[in-house]
Design a protein around this ligand. Structure first.
Ligand SMILES: Nc1ncnc2c1ncn2[C@@H]1O[C@H](COP(=O)(O)OP(=O)(O)OP(=O)(O)O)[C@@H](O)[C@H]1O
Ligand SMILES: [Mg+2]
Length: 253
């Protein structure tokens, strides 16, 4: 699914948070959304998910304006994995949380197909062994993987992931990004992932957009955007891009 954001302005009260943001995300690849704390990344994802409404500009999925879609139409297309998962605790078990991903597709009761898809998604995110555990007693990283399984079970065409690896150990950081990458490619979905680890972005995001103070500082192919100049402007740190084991890597100095 193709996402086009055109000239989006978003305000909290009188403070302008997103300033004429334009970007495109294409099917079959992950768009990395980068930028320092407070630069507007979560706000942008919440606008794409329809939780927040921009003051100006448009957001379209395959050419259809999301403002004209009902909540259920949007949740059939877009899956959102938030940065913090605390408010999900009302649903008791991991299995039930993942099965809830099927809700937009079901008119009355969950069927065998819904249950199969929930199990399949739990398998892909390696949380099957947690299926009967209470969601609110999981570690942050386990909870993050469960919510990703729910988004996969939701069969959406566009995944929005807010710092999907922030609570994960080194093995799962790679495993989860690889699973998302494979899903996006094989199902020709779109994905926008907020990523703080620039090296993970270099590895898994074909395109990246760098936000700075609510504006797009740079956007395009990862090799063009992830350079020491942009990294210095956005984060105020020095870096080198080096080829190690046949792959470009971002090292913060
Ligand atoms: N509910 C709110 N009311 C008012 N201001 C808010 C609200 N939520 C966020 N902000 C402000 O909007 C700006 C952008 O916040 P946002 O959460 O989008 O940043 P972010 O890029 O996701 O940061 P981080 O990397 O820390 O997650 C910040 O200055 C923040 O203080
Ligand atoms: Mg955020």
């Amino acid at each position: 699914m193709r996402l086009r954001i055109d000239n989006v302005v978003f305000n909290y009260g009188s403070t302008e948070i997103l300033k004429e943001v334009c970007l495109d995300a294409y099917p079959g690849e992950i768009l990395g959304i980068l930028g320092p704390n407070g630069s507007g990344k979560t706000t942008l994802l919440r606008c794409i998910n329809g939780i927040l409404t921009p003051k100006q500009g448009s957001i379209a999925l395959d050419g259809a304006d999301i403002e004209k879609m009902s909540r259920i139409e949007l949740s059939k297309r877009v899956g959102y994995v938030p940065q913090h998962a605390t408010h999900e605790a009302c649903t008791p078990t991991v299995y039930e949380v993942v099965l809830m991903g099927r809700r937009p597709h079901v008119s009355w009761e969950f069927g065998a197909k819904d249950r199969d898809m929930a199990w399949q998604a739990m398998e892909e995110m390696d949380v099957k062994h947690l299926s009967s555990q209470r969601f609110d007693r999981l570690s942050s990283g386990q909870a993050q993987r469960v919510l990703m399984a729910r988004a996969i079970a939701q069969e959406v065409r566009m995944l929005l992931l807010d710092e999907p690896t922030s609570n994960l150990d080194v093995r799962y950081q790679i495993d989860v990004m690889r699973t998302i990458h494979d899903q996006v490619r094989t199902k020709n979905m779109g994905a926008c992932a907020v990523v703080h680890d620039l090296d993970l972005a270099m590895r898994f995001c074909a395109k990246v957009v760098m936000l700075h103070d609510g504006k797009v500082l740079a956007a395009g192919n990862r090799e063009n955007v992830l350079n020491p100049e942009n990294i210095r402007t956005a984060y105020g740190v020095d870096s080198v891009i080096d080829n190690i084991h046949g792959r470009e890597r971002v090292l913060i100095l």
